[in-house]
Design a protein around this ligand. Structure first.
Ligand SMILES: [Zn+2]
Ligand SMILES: [Zn+2]
Ligand SMILES: [Zn+2]
Length: 345
């Protein structure tokens, strides 16, 4: 029995030979660990493990890149940046979203949440997914994680800067909060919600999933002028991937593969989508983001902003490209809807 998986651009392809005794669905797990989050740029990985000797990459695999940190070696595509799998000792942790199958859930089902203790990032799904699966602070079978009120950490800090970066530290950036007088700036005015908040969204589109290896994606929408690269940042390591489906450019770190930014010509590259999983996990204030459209969040409730028209899924009752979620993570879509107080589909 052989499973096949590939990256978004299809340059990097792997196969897994399973013993004939293997039965489907295989047991997978959600990892909320810091390292997985950084490697993906998304707060949660959906993985299943097989002996690494059972994994083979199709040769020639010149697009295949590896990045090692501690005991983990991540394998990603150097062309499109997709995270494919990680080697940890003799085990390969496969990102289930990269499998070339029509319905992932028929092949792999989640059975637990692990490393929940690391899930302090804004929007971390561990905080709103209520799927009844066991939650462990670290490894499966270890100490059970207490969700403790489900809320995102609030420590009273009023930060005006969020720092972020890739896994290897080669790219470091800061997102600045809109200034008090943001209404005086033509761009900020269209992209800022009441309370100096940015818009954010969960995206279930196929390219976000295949390019990250994550089941879906969380973006925050930030005017470029509010993003600063730190001086010691080796920005050269950013690889730009131009996709011809739309006028899209995605940027990821060419050394470690972390996905960081998404831009389109629609906004004249003025707006950058920032991968929320790439933000530092230090306590983050929960009053930075607005996750769904509500006219009351606009300074003037009668005026629709450009961001309200730009963000796919920002229509009442919809999430971004949610129609694509069903065969891959329909259950997660329901959990996200619940988390946002939306009716189930
Ligand atoms: Zn690729
Ligand atoms: Zn990096
Ligand atoms: Zn997307």
């Amino acid at each position: 029995m052989t499973l096949r998986g590939s990256c978004f651009c299809k340059f990097t392809i792997y196969t897994i030979s399973l013993p004939s005794s293997a039965s489907f669905p295989l047991e997978g797990y959600y990892s909320h660990s810091e390292i997985h989050r950084r490697l993906l740029g998304f707060p949660t990985a959906f993985l299943f493990s097989v002996p690494s000797s059972h994994v083979t990459f199709l040769e020639p695999a010149i697009s295949r890149r590896e990045y090692t940190q501690g005991a983990i070696t991540a394998v990603f595509c150097g062309v499109c940046g997709a995270s494919l799998l990680n080697y940890v000792n003799d085990v390969a942790e496969i990102h289930a979203s990269t499998l070339d199958v029509e319905e992932v859930r028929k092949v792999v089902v989640p059975t637990a949440h692990v490393w929940c203790v690391d899930s302090s990032t804004l929007s971390a799904p561990a905080r709103f997914i209520d799927d009844g699966l066991p939650r462990f602070a670290r490894e499966a079978g270890g100490v059970v994680w207490d969700l403790g009120g489900k809320g995102i950490r609030k420590d009273g800090a009023r930060l005006d800067v969020l720092a972020g970066g890739c896994c290897c530290g080669g790219v470091r950036f800061e997102v600045e909060r809109p200034p008090e007088d943001y209404l005086d700036n033509a761009v900020l005015k269209e992209w800022t919600k009441r309370g100096r908040r940015y818009t954010a969204g969960h995206c279930f589109c196929i390219s976000c999933r295949q390019i990250s290896g994550a089941p879906f994606w969380d973006w925050m929408f930030v005017p470029r002028m509010q993003i600063k690269f730190l001086e010691d940042s080796t920005i050269q390591s950013i690889v730009s991937l131009q996709s011809n489906e739309r006028d899209v450019t995605r940027r990821f770190c060419g050394v470690c593969g972390t996905h960081l930014f998404f831009t389109t010509t629609t906004t004249d590259y003025m707006l950058w989508d920032v991968a929320i999983g790439a933000l530092d996990s230090s306590p983050l204030p929960d009053d930075w983001l607005v996750w769904k459209y509500d006219p009351r969040d606009n300074e003037d409730a009668r005026v629709e902003l450009f961001c309200d028209k730009y963000i796919n899924g920002w229509l009442p009752g919809r999430l971004s490209f949610e129609d694509f979620a069903a065969p891959f993570c329909g259950d997660l879509l329901q959990e996200v809807r619940k988390g946002l107080g939306m009716p189930l589909k």
